[in-house]
Ligand binder design. Structure first.
Ligand code: ATP
Ligand code: MG
Length: 420
């Protein structure tokens, strides 16, 4: 029969890589806890309208990247392509947004994209969403928090912060008009994608990777010249706080982000170590979204962090802790008719040594073959139970990675030997 394979761009996480993911996941969740953020989990599947309304009809995500289908009752549903829309929906529906909320989430996102390095169809994001705080102190906090994350993971020298302000919707509309006027006159010099965007989503042209388009944009009107007073003051204050905190950034007036809900602050943490897919973490302020989704006007700011890209970065820079490769500390070798005694002893050992990761050999076999397995496991010790040990309630400890003589001790005394 033909072998079935996973869908392109949807990867298995194999045992060899899961310690790395667990390390990243625990580092992030512990960091968020240190800043007083709470976890939220929302469904992977939502009604399609949630995303078309929140993310915006004229975005790449909604125009061409969503996994949308009709369920059995004919309702259009979509696998979430990002985490903000669902979080906002959950916040409104559960009345969470009546007081300020600092939230984080982690999980898979789905986008029908062309799979390549750092770009998948099922990928994972950590995200942060803060509601009910106008900022700019909270904008600064989430950037300071991510800067701490980079230091903690050992990648601080390899990521740069890019910062921009999109202003409010009026200043953005005024800028949009000026940009369109400028580009209309030079329409024939634009790449095909950008020509299409000129009507639908002109600000996204600023993001074009096409070099001729980029050259054309060098003399285009600048977004920051159109900022309204409040957004300009917000931005200046944010910059001052980042300066005071020692967070370096580059102002990139062409940074616009691909989702419609952003206004005022937008940012990206980018790296040069991953090639074309260099944005590891991206976000900004979306003060209008909660009201637009049917809630009360609520200021909000957040970001999404691509875990596959972060893991790739940690692997590329070789900054993963060495201990991650070790799966077990001890391997219990059971020789002879002692399987039952071995399982019981293993439980006793786990009772007295909760920190010990102990794998018990199952399935029999010779002493030699079991010791080979113990050696191949990452264990530091083999704990050997033969018929003599089983009868005496003892275990023989053999040190696999240290030059120490083996010892036979009562199971109850094992703690002292292993802790030493
Ligand atoms: P890009 O410009 O790379 O397509 P985006 O603007 O679509 O990114 P966001 O929607 O803001 O990205 O998502 C936040 C982060 O999630 C990105 O910065 C990236 O790290 C990660 N990400 C987005 N799409 C993918 C994908 N298809 N595969 C893997 N990671 C992704
Ligand atoms: Mg994208």
């Amino acid at each position: 029969m033909k072998q079935l394979r996973a869908i392109r761009g949807m990867n298995d996480l194999l045992p060899a890589d899961s310690p790395t993911w667990q390390y990243v996941e625990s580092t992030l969740s512990e960091l968020f806890a240190r800043y007083g953020y709470s976890e939220i989990r929302t469904p992977l599947l939502e009604v399609t309208q949630l995303f078309s309304r929140a993310v915006g009809e004229a975005t790449d995500i909604v125009e061409k990247e969503m996994y949308t289908f009709d369920d059995k009752s004919g309702d259009s549903v979509t696998l979430r392509p990002e985490g903000t829309a669902g979080t906002v929906r959950a916040g409104i529906q559960n009345n969470l947004l009546t007081t300020p909320q600092r939230l984080w989430y982690f999980g898979p996102m789905f986008r029908y994209e062309r799979p390549q390095k750092g770009r998948l169809r099922q990928f994972h994001q950590f995200g942060v969403e803060v509601f009910g705080i106008e900022g700019p102190d909270i904008d600064a906090e989430i950037l300071i928090m991510t800067a701490r994350l980079w230091r903690q993971l050992g990648v601080a020298d390899h990521v740069r912060l890019q910062l921009n302000s999109l202003g409010n919707s009026e200043s953005r509309a005024a800028y949009r008009e000026a940009l369109v006027a400028y580009l209309e006159e030079r329409r024939d010099q634009l790449d095909e994608d950008s020509q299409r965007r000129l009507e639908r989503n002109p600000l996204r042209i600023l993001d074009s990777k096409n070099t001729q388009t980029q050259e054309l944009l060098a003399d285009a009107p600048c977004l920051l010249d159109f900022l309204d007073q409040e957004s300009a003051a917000h931005f200046a204050s944010l910059r001052q706080m980042l300066d005071a905190a020692g967070i370096e950034y580059e102002i990139n007036p062409r940074l616009v982000r691909g989702l419609d809900y952003y206004g005022k602050t937008v940012f990206e943490w980018v790296t040069d170590s991953l090639g074309a897919q260099g944005t590891v973490c991206a976000g900004g302020r979306y003060d209008g979204l909660v009201e637009q989704m049917g809630g009360k006007p609520t200021p909000a700011v957040g970001f999404g962090l691509g875990v596959e890209r972060l893991v790739l970065l940690l692997q590329t820079l070789e900054v993963l802790p060495e201990a991650l490769e070790q799966q077990v500390d001890a391997y219990l070798v059971a020789v002879g008719d002692v399987q039952s005694a071995a399982l019981t002893a293993a439980e006793q050992i786990r009772d007295s040594l909760p920190w010990l990761r102990l794998q018990t050999h199952c399935g029999g076999g010779s002493f030699k073959s079991q010791m080979k397995k113990a050696d191949k496991s990452s264990a530091d010790f083999a704990l050997i139970i033969g018929e003599d040990e089983a009868a005496a309630g003892q275990v023989t400890v053999k040190f696999l990675r240290a030059d120490e003589p083996q010892q036979t001790v009562a199971v109850a005394d094992l703690a002292a030997v292993l802790q030493g």
